[in-house]
Design a protein around this ligand. Structure first.
Ligand code: ZN
Length: 226
């Protein structure tokens, strides 16, 4: 059994590495986990002894194949818990992340599989993040673009909200922007402000928010072009 702390390290390494495509430095991990560099070093040593990470001096750390499987299992727990909390227990999507962070270390594979089944094996969590299946492979995803890169007049479906903080998620919920919803880009202003038409009205989204939103353009053949 790995401790919750070790699992948090593995998750952090996985997340940082998949964002940057590079090995993760001790100082980056220390910042991310809010601990000191010596603490990071000693925990990484333990993870290395268990064959979960590969450390190289001055080059940082990466997950081994086994470490990556652990990371995917934690992601599966986390994202299914988020889906369960919002779908079944009516949690706000801004509140599920912290709850899932605590619970993800304590649910068994059996419970995780049953949660998945009770929800109909969802491919994504409430934020649009893909959920690894029981074999720990990701579902097939359609290619997305950033809302920031969509053209004026384009109709898009929201797929995923990246790096969600609670405040951003509340803002987006108020603006009527969630995965699965369709938007029309009304205007792209200088300095990154994007105005969209949602089911509930017209919204001007600030750049910081626009950067988080991933969308799939709708085919013109759907008859959505005016
Ligand atoms: Zn999520």
């Amino acid at each position: 059994m790995l401790s919750a702390v070790m699992e948090d390290y593995i998750k952090a390494i996985y997340t940082i590495e998949s964002d940057s495509g590079e090995r993760v430095s001790t100082s980056t991990l220390a910042d991310e986990l809010d601990v000191t560099a010596p603490t990071v070093s000693s925990t990484l040593k333990k993870l290395e002894e268990r064959g979960l990470v590969d450390r190289e001096e001055y080059k940082g750390v990466t997950l081994t194949e086994e470490g990556e499987l652990v990371a995917l299992e934690i992601l599966r727990h986390h994202r299914l818990l988020e889906a369960f909390l919002t779908d079944q227990l009516d949690y706000d999507w801004a509140d599920v992340h912290d709850e899932a962070d605590r619970l993800e270390h304590h649910v068994s594979e059996e419970l995780t599989d049953r949660i998945a089944e009770s929800l109909g094996n969802p491919p994504v969590d409430p934020h649009g993040d893909p959920i690894p299946d029981a074999d720990l492979s990701f579902p097939e995803e359609s290619e997305t673009i950033r809302l920031a890169d969509a053209d004026k007049g384009e109709c898009v479906t929201v797929r995923r909200i990246r790096h969600q903080g609670n405040a951003e998620l509340r803002y987006l919920a108020d603006a009527g922007v969630r995965p699965g919803m369709e938007l029309t880009v009304v205007d792209v202003a200088p300095f990154g402000m994007v105005t969209v038409e949602t089911a509930t009205g017209t919204q001007s989204l600030p750049e910081d928010i626009v950067q988080l939103i991933e969308v799939v353009p709708l085919a013109v053949a759907d008859g959505v072009e005016s």
